[in-house]
Design a protein around this ligand. Structure first.
Ligand code: AMP
Length: 466
């Protein structure tokens, strides 16, 4: 097993519109645009006549849903989820939205993020008789909600979000309302959009708003709960005591370039990072190429700043998922070859600068450097538009434990030798923060510097550092 802690990296979407009786189709379309956030399972739950109907299955959105299924999911409130997990508990029972029935009320929950005290709460709840049917954090949230339900749904959610710790962007259907909640640090993104018919949308990334035909209104604030019903939207700032810690890796790798997160365009931040990278690590070369897709914007930025021409040197096979998801090192290495192939005429006899967004285990960079040399590149200069990843993430990005992170215990020179490049340069953490236009205190940069936005319990921490 690659990683012994099971985590979710997901995309969520919820729509409320009294003008529409069948939002499930729209949600399915929106989920397809969030597919990069999770390719393992997909699900939709809709609210109709006081009941929640749902369907979820393993696989891509387009494989999970067909017309007949979507017809059965008619409703004027609909939430959807795409899920990406590490190895182990990859099973449909862990797919979302999670739908529960409590005291006659149907509740659907979709969660993006990772809680750091879920196991502790689960143990406590189990001791007092709660029964769990999945191994996802979301079920802990659902059980806490149920436990507090006598307070009324609003206070039940508020009490719950005060008890859980970690990263969470939630969309919930409860009592005929669509509810969105973002954790107090704003670790995972969640934004609000408006449909031309007045309906409102909540989603992880604004690229999904474009697809469902909504305009971006604003981001859900850190520590905010929004409740949407026929009267519009109510906002409750339930915790404004925590410092903002938006995940910088959303900009580096995870989000789509056409999304705007917390008012910053992902594409622009990547280009800016590329420019700063060129300033921080200049090199004499003939061509700048990108590792597609997430390295493209930074490569264009690097080319613009350095004056070295940009070219297409690697071709990506679009029909396979992200390499990280592969269960073992051998398959992962094979998958890099399957995923990326060199365009020989671009690189032959040239001094090549190759830009990737990150080096994690080093598998991709090593294979790429090797393939570029085999294709006749005279020099290969690796430039990385994120800083060096040295620490695992506990908040919903799948980074392996420190032993498996190639840069954790090695100098840049040693990593350069491992991947076989002539030179290697990462953008500095300061440069990366400048690229997203944020002060250090606004962002979580823990994967680079180990400075986590909250204390990580020892039992969680230990698992990941082994
Ligand atoms: P590695 O091959 O392990 O060094 O991983 C680096 C490659 O994986 C880069 O090309 C990244 O675009 C991509 N990557 C970085 N972070 C992640 C992640 N959390 N999940 C999946 N892929 C990632």
């Amino acid at each position: 097993m690659i990683c012994d802690k099971f985590k979710d990296e997901c995309g969520v979407l919820g729509i409320y519109s009294t003008a529409s009786k069948n939002l499930a189709r729209r949600v399915a379309f929106g989920l397809i645009s969030l597919q990069h956030r999770g390719q393992e399972s997909a699900g939709i739950a809709s609210y109709r006549d006081g009941k929640v109907y749902h369907y979820k299955e393993m696989g891509l959105v387009q494989d999970v849903f067909n017309n007949e299924i979507l017809e059965g999911l008619k409703g004027h409130i609909s939430v959807g989820h795409v899920r990406y997990s590490t190895t182990g508990e990859s099973h449909v029972s862990n797919a979302q939205p999670l739908v529960i029935k409590y005291r006659g009320e149907n509740i659907a929950l979709a969660h993006n993020g990772n809680l750091i005290n879920a196991d502790k709460i689960r143990d406590k709840l189990e001791e007092s008789g709660s029964i769990f049917q999945t191994s996802i954090d979301t079920e802990v949230i659902a059980n806490l909600m149920a436990k507090n339900y006598s307070l009324g749904f609003k206070d039940a959610i508020l009490k719950t979000v005060h008890e859980i710790k970690g990263a969470f962007a939630l969309v919930i259907i409860c009592e005929g309302k669509l509810i969105g909640v973002r954790d107090p640090n704003g670790l995972r993104p969640l934004c609000i959009g408006k449909l031309p018919d007045g309906g409102l949308v909540l989603t992880s990334e604004s690229c999904a708003l474009d697809v469902v035909g909504a305009e971006l209104v604003r981001d859900v604030k850190n520590g905010e709960m929004v409740i949407i019903d026929e009267n519009g939207m109510e906002s409750i700032l339930y915790d404004d005591t925590q410092p903002a810690a938006h995940c910088i890796f959303e900009y580096v790798y995870f989000a789509r370039p056409d999304s705007v997160i917390d008012t910053v365009s992902v594409s622009s931040s990547r280009r800016w990072a590329g420019k700063l990278l060129a300033k921080e690590h200049p090199v004499e070369a003939d061509i700048v190429i990108a590792v597609p897709d997430s390295g493209i914007d930074a490569a264009i930025g690097y080319a613009q700043e350095s004056g070295i021409p940009y070219g297409i040197g690697l071709i990506k096979n679009k029909y396979i998922g992200r390499t990280f998801i592969q269960p073992d090192q051998e398959t992962r290495e094979l998958a890099v070859r399957l995923k990326l192939n060199v365009l020989k005429e671009t690189v032959k006899g040239k001094r090549v600068v190759v830009i990737d967004d990150s080096i994690v285990r080093g598998t991709t960079s090593k294979k790429i450097v090797d393939a570029l040399r085999k294709a006749g590149a005279s020099e290969v200069h690796m430039r990385v538009s994120s800083s060096s990843v040295k620490y695992p993430c506990f908040f919903g990005i799948d980074t392996p434990n420190r032993q498996q992170l190639v840069s954790s215990f090695k100098s840049n020179d040693e990593v350069k030798e491992i991947i076989g490049a002539d030179t290697l340069g990462y953008i500095s953490v300061e440069g990366l923060l400048e690229s997203v236009g944020k002060a250090n205190c606004d962002m979580c940069t823990a994967c680079f510097d180990g400075d986590y936005p909250m204390d990580v319990p020892e039992e969680v921490n230990k698992n990941m550092f082994d």
